[in-house]
Design a protein around this ligand. Structure first.
Ligand code: ZN
Ligand code: ZN
Length: 353
């Protein structure tokens, strides 16, 4: 089959023939119909993450936001059949460790691949086929009539945004959310916040991104290239956001996000840092202590929460398809990944087969 393979960090992915995935007894093989292209792919491609022992090795097939049709089923899998349509979560779980058993499969500690498309034992979906291990726990069954392209646009960004705002920050209707960075995950957070009944301040330095944020329902826009975003957010929210998300992962957006919350507010870190921060950002800890500010992390979403997110999708409360600004072929993936280096992408781009 054809796939886009990482040969060397920062060098164009190699679209080439590779062996088809091998089927585990508890896994399924899926014909990829669509797969989102994500900033996490870009981080992996650039070789970021070594500071967290998380760098992706050459030989990796990237692509962690796929949806498609099951074409082969392992002998121990009982609830999934050939022909079923599924989405694959990027945060793979073993299904049997202590965290998986209580519904937190996104922080699974089992002896098992944990990140689809980022580990050699979990090759990704910029390919004609992809393998999903522990499929009964991990597979997200798709309702009829939901397009693979839209589900691929859900990607890790909607899953992460939903988990971040709902489960991690405990966002409630009527509260103010600040979203720093209106790329894929930031725009997803805006839609999720709206669906949860919150009010949104969107922050970016790009007018084009703020335009999209406004279309998706952001109540207030802050151009951080023109004004101090912390002061601006405190102004429009009358004292600070209840919840703030750093959807980018650079030191400045992280600190701005922490500083813009009201007393007892919550900052959620979603963006992973670049090689400028190497995973370390200094924070105003005395101020955070004084105002009882919470700092929480969010990574993906437990696969067991997928039905909540899919019901938002089915009720049209969120519309990930509206974030898709471009669909590309497998051959175009290397170039679109490279375009992210200069932040030359807006919204979500999806590979379709
Ligand atoms: Zn587990
Ligand atoms: Zn992603």
């Amino acid at each position: 089959m054809r796939a886009a393979v990482l040969r060397e960090h920062g060098e164009p992915l190699d679209v080439t023939d590779v062996p088809e995935p091998e089927l585990d007894s508890d896994g399924v093989v899926v014909d990829v119909e669509a797969c989102g292209i994500c900033r996490s792919d870009w981080h992996a491609w650039m070789g970021h993450g070594e500071w967290a022992d998380d760098a992706v090795e050459p030989g990796q097939i990237l692509g962690h936001e796929p949806a498609g049709r099951v074409v082969a089923v392992g002998e121990r899998v009982e609830t999934i059949r050939e022909g079923d349509r599924v989405a694959l979560p990027f945060n793979l779980a073993c299904g049997s460790c202590g965290y998986c058993r209580i519904g937190h499969g996104n922080v699974c500690t089992g002896d098992h691949p944990h990140a689809l498309g980022f580990e050699q034992t979990a090759q990704g979906a910029f390919a004609e086929q992809v393998h999903l291990p522990s499929a009964e726990y991990n597979a997200i069954r798709l309702p009829d009539g939901v397009a693979s392209r839209d589900v691929a646009a859900l990607g890790c960004r909607f899953m992460t945004a939903y988990n971040a705002l709902d489960a991690r920050a405990g966002l409630r209707a009527g509260e103010w959310v600040a979203v720093h960075g209106c790329g894929g995950v930031g725009l997803s957070a805006i839609q999720v916040a709206n669906a949860l009944g919150a009010r949104v301040v969107a922050v970016d330095v790009r007018e084009s991104a703020l335009d999209v944020a406004a279309e998706l329902g952001a109540d207030e826009l802050v151009d951080a290239s023109a004004e101090d975003p912390v002061a601006a957010i405190r102004g429009v929210t009358d004292g600070g956001a209840d919840v703030s998300v750093d959807a980018l992962g650079v030191a400045e957006t992280c600190r701005n996000s922490v500083r813009c919350v009201r007393p007892r507010g919550t900052h959620v870190q979603v963006g992973l840092t670049t090689d400028a921060e190497r995973g370390e950002v200094s924070l105003p800890t005395d101020w955070m202590t004084r105002h009882e500010v919470s700092f929480v992390g969010a990574r993906g979403m437990p696969p067991t929460s997928a039905s909540d997110l899919l019901s938002l999708l089915e009720s049209d409360a969120v519309d990930p398809g509206s974030l898709v600004t471009k669909t590309v072929s497998l051959d175009e993936v290397p170039e679109r990944l490279a375009a992210m280096t200069d932040y030359d992408t807006v919204g979500v781009e999806v590979m379709t087969m």
